[in-house]
Write a protein that binds this ligand. Sequence first.
Ligand SMILES: [Zn+2]
Length: 573
Amino acid sequence: MTRSTVCRAWLAASAIAGLLAPSTTRAQAAPVQPPADLIVTNARIYTVDDSRPLAAAMAIRGGRIAFVGDARGAMTMRGAQTRVVDLGGRTVIPGMMDAHGHVAGLGDALAIVDLVGSTSVDDVVARVAARAKGQGAGQWIQGRGWDQNRWGDTRFPTHDKLSAALPDHPVVLTRVDGHAVYANRKAMDLAGITAATKDPDGGQIIRDASGAPTGVFIDNAMGLVRRAVPAQTRDEVRRNVQAAIADAHRWGLTGVHDAGASETVLDVYDELGRTGQMNFRMYAMISGGRTESAAVDRLIARGPVIGAHNGTLWVRSIKLYSDGALGSRGAALLDPYSDDVKNSGLLVSDPAFIKAISVKALKAGFQVNTHAIGDRGNRVTLDAFEAALKEVPVADHRFRVEHAQIINYADIPRFAQLGVIPSMQASHQTSDMYWAGARLGQHRLPGAYAWRSLLNSGVVIPNGSDFPVEYVNPLISFHAAISRQDANDFPAGGWFPEQIMTREEALKSMTIWPAYAGFQERELGSLTPGKHADFVVLDQDIMQVPASLVLKTRVISTWVAGRAVYEAGGRTP
Ligand SMILES: [Zn+2]
């Protein structure tokens, strides 16, 4: 459909709605309802509400949407105190929700040395050394974001250069995917790591020919170094969380599904909610760990938290892990890696543990969201969910597999059959496509990032970024979803383009489908009267511009509960 036919159809629909809607007529005769706080007019509003996909105006009262339709209808709700904002034809979409991000991780990333985009070990060392200048000897320096797959030499780095440049500061640098750390000599010494240190279950210490650790620790081995890092103070945690939320607002996010929050972070969320400082929809997954723990049992016993503090906090899900990540070859595969034939990846939890937590969760009204990247990781997770559901049949459980990146083709229909939601991050496809073929072999690629195959099987796909693994900007995943191309339009036509989402699906994957995946679809995810008034104003129409221009879109303002939480340049529109 062209732009003009859309407009005509839209005007006709609005006119009919205006004639028929009894509430409009009543409002004109005698306003019985209190006036709106805010009226937005002259906008191109994509509501993500199938009963009225497009509108030109909306009215907001008490933090909720009171009216969606045309300007005439909205203006009947104008009162003396009503703020009216003319958006000059700009595009409005529902507030975007990232269904899988790491809020404290982002906050920490904003506070530590940013290694994203580093081009070599030397670049990493230089960035860390620059930070160390302002810090006394002995102070820990942390960083995150290195990715040796982007370097000229794609082998894991070794500690020598880092140790030589930073002899007095312990340094721990987390890989971009969070599944490996790179440490210097000082950090390893403080952690008591020697050639005699054994690999833990589900983890690996990279060693040289003599057996000495080279400085890289994979998956469960990361804890060997990290346990030496002093714990953050609660003030630091709160500061970092608030910085992360402010950053999310900048990119048009009004909510996040936090993929694994510690008890301290959950406590900080509750404090922010109680004190009216949580201007965000925080869907926090309890960090479930890899073995039974008293902390998780305590949180389950407390019962689910649903829309607490004016609909700003949900704690009703548990995050588990079945395997590692593809970039560090920790993702568990059914057959060995094509570029490392002795390695099939790692299961980081006992599948019996995933089943046991799932049974507890089903009994207590919690959802389970399990990280699974490899085809084996996905299969054992589906098996564990299936076994738990057999024991405790709950119809509307909405259990999720986080990532669901590489799925054996035979397992794709099992998601719909079991009612399991694949929670995927489109940006991973465009980040991984350069090397995924070498790592997985062509035969496994049809089940990789297989959005269309999954959608066709009858599931929805909540989209996300996995920040700080990827950038926060949710339009990167929107763009990847509709093009399967990177920011430079590579490859031509898209990588396995048969798996592309339509724009309507991609928009749903950032709005109503995350809401569904969080049991929030009656409150959030579309611009529908009665729902929370969370929306974003964009400087161009992402549903119409060529895909290659989507990443040029700027967020003009972000609104939560009808209040601007971010305004570009400090002003609206
Ligand atoms: Zn994650």
